[in-house]
Design a protein around this ligand. Structure first.
Ligand code: PMP
Length: 287
């Protein structure tokens, strides 16, 4: 049996959840989205995700066809209809059906759909062992081009970096901005630790303002750890004592090697493990 998908204003069978081939989301990547976790039947940090979705939409002059409140209800109905207790929601707004031309303003109506499903996490063993990553050669989108703060349907920049990682048999790539500073991973934010301080690049370096990043900064502060937002270089990554990524799907995961340089003792370090534990408790305890 297929999933129940929220499409426009109601739940439909997966087989009936169809989008036109003239939708500009498909033709041009013209749309925005969110990926959100469900823990213990509750949607994690839903308000933050909804706010980011509306901000992304505003930045590209896309009208979300329903209110924030209605969207929250739609997301809740979708997880309920699919019996999702621990899973993932994909919330997508596309520009809608237009012509073959670029003009977004002749698209009829923006479209919204919501998928609630299970999620493929990294295998548990990778959380124990940590990830190997590489530095991507493809440069993160310039903030004056497709702004990295907009979670748009156009992920080609990230996909090109992901291809570089997969070609080199590692799951993730670190992306650098046009000035050579660390921006983010292809689908996660970057953190490092050195001399008892935790560092993460500022969003302006070319990162999405990750919801998990925000939660992890908050949890770190609760643990009396100092988190410094500053531009990081490739050399900072090579010489740090700990390295981890944060994101909705990955949560908090240690990085133990980049470009052949081993981080710390080659295992996820104590701050990484502490923050992963605190994140787990926060996500599961907040019913
Ligand atoms: N950067 C990019 C490019 C992303 O796609 C994501 C989401 N997968 C993140 C960072 C992490 O953001 P969040 O914690 O909100 O999932």
């Amino acid at each position: 049996m297929g999933l129940k998908i929220w499409l426009d204003d109601k739940l439909v069978e997966e087989a009936d959840a169809k989008i036109s081939i003239f939708d500009h989301g498909l033709l041009y990547g013209d749309g925005v989205f969110e990926g959100i976790r469900v823990y213990n039947g509750k949607i994690f940090e839903l308000q933050a995700h909804i706010n980011r979705l509306f901000d992304s939409a505003k930045a590209i002059r896309l009208e979300v066809p329903i209110s924030k409140d209605k969207l929250i209800k739609a997301a809740e109905k979708t997880i309920e209809a699919n019996g999702v207790i621990d899973g993932y929601i994909r919330l997508v707004v596309t520009r809608g059906v237009g012509t073959l031309g670029l003009n977004p303003f002749i698209c009829e109506n923006s479209k919204i759909f919501i998928i609630a499903d299970n999620i493929q996490l990294y295998p548990e063993e990778l959380y124990e062992k940590g990830l190997k990553v590489i530095s991507a050669t493809v440069v993160r989108n310039h903030p004056l081009a497709t702004p990295p703060q907009v979670k748009s349907l156009n992920y080609l920049n990230n996909i090109l970096a992901k291809i570089e990682a997969l070609d080199r048999n590692v799951p993730e790539a670190i992306m650098y901005n046009h000035e050579g500073y660390v921006a983010e991973a292809t689908g996660d934010n970057v953190f490092i630790a050195k001399n008892d301080l935790i560092y993460t690049p500022p969003v302006e370096a070319g990162a999405l303002e990750g919801v998990t990043r925000g939660v992890v900064i908050k949890l770190a502060k609760q643990e009396k750890l100092e988190v410094v937002e500053k531009n990081l270089t490739k050399c900072d990554l090579y010489t740090c004592e700990e390295f981890f990524l944060t994101g909705t799907a990955a949560e908090v995961i240690g990085v133990v090697e980049i470009d052949g340089r081993i981080i710390g003792d080659g295992k996820p370090g104590p701050y990484t493990r502490l923050l992963r534990k605190k994140f787990f408790e926060y996500a599961h305890g907040k019913k």
